[in-house]
Design a protein around this ligand. Structure first.
Ligand code: BG6
Length: 368
């Protein structure tokens, strides 16, 4: 049932192009309208929303961090992202104009469930983004957007994550449509880009060997650093989380701009630093990350950049460049996370770990 793969996780990484196209299927009409049938919250209610709070744990929380950038940019509603386990213990400000978005692959995570119960008690509407039909979180939500990743067996989430990103983009575009934003043509452009995503992701997967070669010899490293800005920041966090989960290695993700405020002090000669580099030329983001690569390299770090193909600056500064097909900045996380998933899977394999069932972790955590 692993289809010739050594691990479910690796199989699931390679299933992502299909998982994404299944998640997009039937949600955008030829007339250019988003149809999210599972949103049983009236357009009037959605138009009254004045704050969005996104809740999740682990990988799902990072999907929420990406969603904040997209939703605030497209919909112009303030959006908070919070760890589900922190939410209800701090007396959060929630009322009937608040929309909560609960992201959970399993739909059974106790922290997330308790958070949405609290939100609904305060009168908020809750939309679940979930991969498990009929699980508890969607049942206790006002609406649900299902991801169609298929069963995810590896404990470390991969296709769960990328389909959550797709669902978050769909939700953002749907809210923009319902609220009659500027949009229209812009929604179509973004949908076209999303529909091209499975093929682009396939081309990243076709180069998996480059990542495996990179991993060889790196399994003896003790510390790994991941940096990124904007939507690349949650991807840096996710890259580090994958290594912690299955390779049991010390890995940290930082917002690249924070390096100089502390973390750069821990860089030792030879330490691997992965940088998620935004697309070139559209704003200052790219150049800022390239400078951060130079800064860590000057301290002797081994720099590995995940960057857009034909980026003609990054290869001057990064020792290794992993190329991604061109996409807009907000959508880049869907592609940028893939090499980091492959890297963690390969390092854990080289270390002889049980990749699918890492020590101390469970696929769904039903206790708070
Ligand atoms: C953790 C898993 O316990 O729960 C993570 O180890 C996962 O991989 C997190 O991201 C959240 O799970 P879910 O099912 O709510 O998305």
């Amino acid at each position: 049932e692993k289809d010739g793969y050594d691990w479910f996780m690796r199989k699931e990484i390679f299933e992502q192009p299909k998982a994404i196209s299944d998640t997009l299927l039937g949600r955008y009409s030829p007339q250019g309208e988003l149809t999210l049938d599972e949103i049983h919250i009236s357009p009037e209610t959605l138009r009254r929303v004045n704050k969005i709070i996104i809740l999740g744990c682990g990988t799902a929380h990072y999907a929420g961090m990406v969603a904040k950038y997209a939703i605030e940019h497209w919909v112009r509603i303030p959006c908070e992202v919070e760890l589900a386990s922190e939410f209800r213990y701090r007396d959060p400000i929630v009322d009937s104009q608040t929309l909560c978005v609960a992201i959970s692959q399993s739909g059974e995570t106790a922290d997330t469930l308790q958070a949405i119960r609290h939100a609904r008690e305060q009168g908020a509407k809750v939309i679940a983004i979930c991969n498990t039909n009929g699980s508890t979180i969607p049942r206790e939500s006002d609406a649900v957007i299902y991801t169609y990743a298929g069963p995810e067996i590896g404990v470390a989430s991969t296709k769960g994550f990328t389909t959550q990103l797709i669902a978050c983009y769909l939700l953002g575009l749907y809210l923009a449509q319902v609220r009659g934003m500027k949009f229209g043509d812009e929604i179509r452009t973004i949908m076209d880009e999303l529909e091209a995503m499975p093929a682009k992701m396939q081309s990243v997967l076709d180069h998996a060997d480059q990542i495996y070669t990179l991993a060889k010899g790196m399994e003896d490293e003790e510390d790994f650093i991941f940096i990124g800005r904007h939507v690349g920041y949650p991807i840096a966090l996710e890259g580090a989380l994958k290594l912690k989960e299955i390779a049991y290695l010390h890995a940290e993700g930082f917002a690249a701009g924070e390096l100089k405020h502390g973390p750069i002090a821990i860089i030792n000669p030879g330490m691997p630093v992965f940088a998620v580099v935004p697309p070139q030329g559209r704003d200052q983001l790219h150049d800022k990350v390239v400078s951060n690569i130079q800064e860590v390299r000057a301290r002797g770090a081994r720099t590995i950049a995940v960057a857009e193909q034909d980026d003609n600056e990054v290869d001057q500064f990064a020792e290794v460049v992993i190329s991604l097909p061109k996409v807009s900045t907000l959508l880049q996380p869907v592609l940028a996370v893939v090499p980091l998933q492959l890297f963690a899977c390969e390092i854990a394999t080289l270390l002889g770990n049980d990749v699918d069932q890492p020590r101390n972790l469970a696929k769904s955590v039903t206790v708070e």
